[in-house]
Design a binder for this molecule. Structure first.
Ligand code: SF4
Length: 243
């Protein structure tokens, strides 16, 4: 497989951080466990990394219940895996990009150790998080994709606004919009908090609720400094696990 101008995955042995616990597979860090719903290799369907071959690690569990959630199968179940086992399965795909997602991955405290270990191995790591959980302790090498929940999600009161203080230019803020009321709300938050000065901002239409073309027209009409995001994986493969 070719990766265009992004180049092939680097040999992991050449980029291993010498402080990494990968040098000691029996280390207590690598024996820590996480509940995992699925690990799979696909094209990134969202964010500025859209289209890039990526390994996804989907952790189990989420404290929220957004009305449009497309990963409810990750609320329960999954299997318990050590960090060593997760890292081994990731490495089998020899990826350059790894995304840790959920559910809400930060609902499990060992997620932080996983993120650090992935970064230590030289992967380019992103984290998809609901915005409802503290992100201040996330490894700074990780690109955080932080949701801001709109009124239409049903979980707007869960937004942890102090998370915005912990974002940098390599992070991204995402709104999933259900209708015009959501759009107006997001537009106001964007302006009041000057979000586009923090990092890229994504406006994504809720798959079953808002036509992408309608959202595109609103963004152009109002000249908003945001990126329209359409979920590539659903265009390619429809809905369902493992994609
Ligand atoms: S935060 Fe994400 S995983 Fe959790 S309910 Fe909302 S959309 Fe689903």
């Amino acid at each position: 497989m070719t990766f265009g101008h992004f180049g092939p995955a680097m040999p992991q042995s050449s980029i291993l951080d010498p402080r990494s616990s990968a040098l000691d597979p029996q280390s207590s860090v690598l024996q820590a466990t996480l509940r995992v719903t699925e690990i799979f290799f696909s094209l990134q369907g969202e964010t500025s990394r859209v289209g890039l071959p990526t390994v996804f690690v989907r952790l189990t569990g989420c404290p929220l219940r957004c009305g449009y959630c497309d990963t409810a199968y990750a609320f329960y179940g999954g299997k318990t895996m050590t960090l060593a086992a997760i890292l081994s399965e990731v490495a089998q795909h020899a990826p350059r990009y790894v995304t840790v997602t959920g559910g809400e991955p930060l609902a499990q405290k060992n997620c932080h150790a996983l993120l650090k270990e992935l970064c230590d191995r030289g992967y380019s790591v992103s984290l998809e998080t609901s915005g409802a959980v503290d992100v201040s302790q996330v490894d700074r090498r990780v690109s955080k994709i932080l949701d801001l929940k709109t009124p239409g999600s049903g979980e707007c009161d869960k937004n942890r606004w102090t998370n915005l203080d912990h974002l940098t230019a390599h992070d991204e803020i995402k709104f999933v919009l259900c209708d015009e009321a959501d759009y107006r709300w997001a537009k106001q938050v964007l302006a009041e908090r000057r979000l586009d000065r923090i990092c890229p901002v994504l406006f994504s239409p809720s798959y079953h609720d808002l036509p992408p073309r309608t959202l595109a027209e609103w963004i152009l009409r109002d000249r908003l400094p945001v990126r329209l995001q359409v979920q590539l994986h659903k265009q390619l493969w429809g809905e369902g696990p493992g994609r």
